[in-house]
Design a protein around this ligand. Structure first.
Ligand code: SF4
Length: 304
């Protein structure tokens, strides 16, 4: 393992060890909650926690759009990870909310992924390098963002903090916040830890199928590989069109193909309209008029 990775690993182990007492104060039986996704970052988090020897309980929150290969990988490699119960699916939730999940309104994470761990210390595998938003995150945060600092600053104010952590609040601890993608792979490979096959198939990011946080290119690939998911989203879009959007004159009269195209573009409706006029904003593949049309047809033709 590289020296730089080793240093970060030591720091993360130390952070986990010194914060364990806090986790045990909130949950004497379980210790930390560990939000496990099966992706490389949460694998690194899980194995760092094992090396630190701290008490934790790892759980996976399904969303109904989880890649089957990922589920099989978690069940096979991490039998101790608890699978939380799914009480509804993402399409029904979209109808209930009357909106599709988007990069800006990522309600699905809040509804499916972030509902566990209230009143406890939850370990999360986010890294600053991942996005501009995550670059601003801190090692310890109270979920309602009443507090965001490093662990030592948290300890100084713990007395006041404890009163904040009630009801749905949770303390989020990010032990691999400063790790780079290279550090994560260096650690996993040096420790001989197997990863999900999806990475070997070229996926850079694994998680929900057609996640609004993925690139347009990845979403197009998933539309092809998981036609049933595309079909369900098309049916949801048609439902929203019929029950919600047709009353909104700003977004009426748009075809299903255009709606899907807009949604996977990750743009706001206004940005999308402008981009549509300017072909340079989309690559040929992303613009993919024919491609999207064909994928939608295939998704419905293959319907059982
Ligand atoms: S689709 Fe993406 S944003 Fe939504 S729950 Fe899954 S990972 Fe989170």
């Amino acid at each position: 393992m590289k020296e730089t990775t080793k240093k970060k690993l030591d720091y993360s182990i130390n952070l986990l060890r010194k914060s364990e007492a806090l986790a045990l104060r909130y949950d004497p039986n379980g210790g930390f909650c560990l939000a496990f996704s099966g992706g490389k970052d949460s694998q690194a988090l899980y194995h760092v926690a094992k090396l630190a020897g701290v008490k934790f309980h790892a759980f996976f929150s399904p969303t109904s759009v989880d890649p089957p290969l990922l589920i099989r990988f978690i069940r096979r490699q991490y039998p101790d990870v608890e699978f939380m119960k799914l009480t509804t699916n993402i399409w029904e939730m979209a109808k209930k909310k009357r909106i599709l999940p988007t990069m800006i309104r990522r309600w699905c994470c809040a509804e499916f992924k972030e509902i566990y761990g209230a009143g406890k210390v939850t370990l999360i595998g986010i890294r600053r390098e991942e996005s501009a938003r995550r670059a601003k995150r801190n090692e310890v945060e109270v979920s309602s963002r009443k507090f965001s600092e490093n662990f030592d600053q948290f300890s100084e104010h713990e007395e006041e903090m404890v009163t904040c952590v009630s009801g749905k609040d949770k303390i989020l601890l990010s032990p691999i916040l400063t790790w780079t993608e290279g550090d994560v792979w260096d650690f996993l490979n040096s420790e001989g830890i197997p990863h999900c096959e999806l990475y070997d198939q070229g996926y850079k990011r694994i998680g929900c199928i057609m996640c609004p946080m993925s690139t347009t290119r990845q979403k197009l690939r998933e539309m092809e590989e998981y036609p049933h998911v595309l079909r369900k989203w098309c049916q949801t879009i048609e439902w929203l069109d019929e029950h919600v959007w047709k009353y909104n004159e700003k977004i009426e009269n748009i075809t299903l193909r255009d709606r899907v195209h807009w949604w996977i573009s990750g743009l706001s409706l206004e940005e999308y309209r402008q981009a549509y006029m300017s072909p340079t904003l989309f690559s040929k593949e992303e613009m993919g008029e024919d491609k999207i049309e064909k994928l939608i047809k295939a998704a419905f033709n293959g319907a059982k």
